[in-house]
Design a protein around this ligand. Structure first.
Ligand code: FPP
Length: 251
């Protein structure tokens, strides 16, 4: 009996992925970093297809963080170009698989042509009822919480709900912040996957990921195949999620 997991989870409804290791993948092969990102894009397409085939409902891809601006202008511009390439090349795929593309992050901080393409894809796919792919672009978990609090305060002031700033802050509840996040209707991620062996969340879905199960893979992101996703999900299904309570088989 001891080897039988205590709880068998259903498949995760929402998976978030920190796609790490593109640069190391390239370096290992004596290639430039941008080549790693190009292969990373191919992996993102493979894993999106695999997740859709498995019936995953939400897939959040950490595509560009608020900290990624620290990279060289050349690398940043290459990644921006890849995002546009992804949007264009995946439109047929999205139509076939009824994939709805959504966004997380401060989109206003992106170059105009990237904003335009992102907004166009969101609009082109908004009626699709298949998997939802959330592209986290210019995304930071702390930044999202700050933006949510600003929206909350603005909403309260505009509706006359609080007469002073102190009142607003005194009355704030967790649900108020959740309601003003980038995608309040999307359930919290059940599983967060990180490739390339680092044991940290790097400002990804800080609020939403409070009780996400973490799966760290040693493989660099460009090497990811659908079998790796299957393995991560199989591992997730063995986890006993307690949300701060007691074990499911506790007396
Ligand atoms: C992390 O690897 C990867 C990124 C910061 C960029 C992620 C972008 C892609 C995978 C391509 C675009 C994808 C989509 C969905 C449009 P790293 O450069 O930090 O690798 P390293 O830690 O080995 O240097």
């Amino acid at each position: 009996m001891e080897n039988i997991p205590r709880v068998l989870q259903d498949a995760p409804a929402h998976i978030g992925i920190i796609m790490d290791g593109n640069g190391r993948w390239a370096k290992q092969r004596g290639l430039v970093r941008t080549q790693g990102h190009l292969e990373g894009l191919k992996a993102a397409k493979r894993i999106t297809q695999a997740a859709s085939d498995l019936g995953i409902k939400y897939l959040t891809l950490y595509t560009f963080s608020t900290e990624n601006w620290k990279r060289t202008a050349e690398e940043v511009s290459f990644i921006m170009g890849l995002i546009r390439q992804y949007l264009r090349s995946e439109l047929d795929f999205s139509r076939r698989n009824k994939i709805r593309v959504r966004l997380a992050g401060d989109i206003n901080g992106l170059p105009e042509e990237v904003q335009k393409d992102l907004n166009q894809t969101v609009s082109d796919t908004k009626e699709f009822k298949g998997m939802q792919v959330i592209l986290a672009v210019n995304y930071g978990g702390r930044d999202e919480i700050v933006r949510a609090m600003r929206r909350f305060a603005y909403d309260k002031c505009a509706s006359g709900g609080c007469s002073t700033v102190c009142d607003t802050i005194n009355n704030i509840r967790e649900d108020d912040i959740s309601a003003f996040l980038d995608n309040p209707d999307i359930p919290d991620p059940d599983l967060i996957i990180r490739s390339a062996g680092e044991y940290r969340t790097s400002n990804f879905l800080l609020w939403e990921g409070a009780y996400s199960e973490l799966y760290i893979s040693q493989k660099y992101w460009p090497d990811w195949e659908k079998e790796d996703l299957n393995t991560a999900i199989a591992e997730f299904k063995k986890r006993d999620r307690r949300y701060g309570g007691t074990a499911s088989d506790a007396a």
